[in-house]
Design a protein around this ligand. Sequence first.
Ligand code: GDP
Ligand code: ZN
Length: 445
Amino acid sequence: MSIAADTIAAIATPAGAGGIGVVRVSGPAVPAIARALLGRRPRPRHAHLTDFRASDGSLIDRGLLLYFPAPASYTGEPVLELQGHGSPVLLDLLVRRVCALGARLARPGEFTERAFLNGKLDLAQAEAVADLIAARSEAAARAALASLEGAFSRQVQALFERLVTLRVQLEAAIDFPEEEIDFLADPALIAGLEVLRGELAALQAAARCGVRLNDGLRAVIVGRPNAGKSSLLNALAGSERAIVTAVPGTTRDVLREAIELDGFALSLADTAGLRETDDPVEREGVRRARLELERADLALLVTEAEHAEGDLALLAEVPAAARLVVVNKIDLDGSPAQVQMRAGVPWLWLSARTGEGLDALRAQLLRLAGAGGEGAFSARRRHLLALDAVAAALSRAAEALGAARAGELAAEELRAAQRALGEITGAYTSDDLLGAIFASFCIGK
Ligand code: GDP
Ligand code: ZN
């Protein structure tokens, strides 16, 4: 536990007027500041109703003062919470008063950064604080809360400990090269590594799902002009944001629509389609569409019955992880709404105009967005990259151990894996990483 030299203060409630506003203060000067405001020693964790006064004695506001001594506080430092009326003007005066008493304005995320530095939460949990605040759907909020409670960190920590045990075992085996027995060929060692790789793969899958819950499913709608892409987007979003016209090629820019489907966040992009064109404006649209596609979780091809087979080529050039085909405008030819699997890709017949068959599409989207996943927690792309690095190192370790009996090499890979895993929880970090993570927080958190 380390206590910072300076004391920080910020308005912790959202900008603007509200019923109640909270000023939060953390650091070594807090006991003195609390005493100055209250006129006596505050009782720990007790709500004191008091007058907040400026240095000239004039009344700023009347509200509650709560004092949390270290280390049982959010930051691990002495913390003061001042609850007043939710007026930006009054709260500003209150912050200025606290600063006059020895605090300075906090940077974004600085309270949570101190909580991390004092071991109150690890880095993945600290990130979950920001994700919880930013959650755009009920599922995202629930997942972020699970991560904040340590659902993800505990699994990372368990893997970390197993990895250390395995590395110690391996290093012990290396230390006895003259022995009769080939310790490096110990089946327990090799089997242990395989089990670890299996568990890592499961955690990777769960974390991928966690990123999707956090960011929302990123879907891209592709298809020929006039297939009904904008109409479908509008039907799903239940709004009229995309411009629907009968003129081909009107959707020139990439249009993103964030919608919440049954509590799950879904981000849909309508693209200009991917056809070759000489029109520079339209070419720009195609370029942006391709960029969208590279980041998408799902590509959704919208087509019509008579064009379906020909349009399939569009889907082939999409790098997205999952694909769906929508055969739109069934109201025109009277075909029934249905779902068929073709070469592993679900095909859905529906009408964006009448809404027939739209529920089946919603169900498919929900499944892809992570609905029905048990024990879900939130994760970030940064975590996925770290887990990828762990997997790569473990795979190289297995190779070194299996074929070449290269113990030193394998041990080095296990150390690299341990490092990458430790980056998730913050056991290993750089100032740059911490700076980047906490700078994206809001002030007062
Ligand atoms: P986009 O170019 O792929 O975005 O296509 P739009 O959504 O702009 O639609 C092109 C035309 O097809 C418009 O006139 C729509 O009203 C029409 N359209 C879209 N979906 C349907 C549908 O399900 N049934 C019918 N009959 N017309 C549709
Ligand atoms: Zn369109």
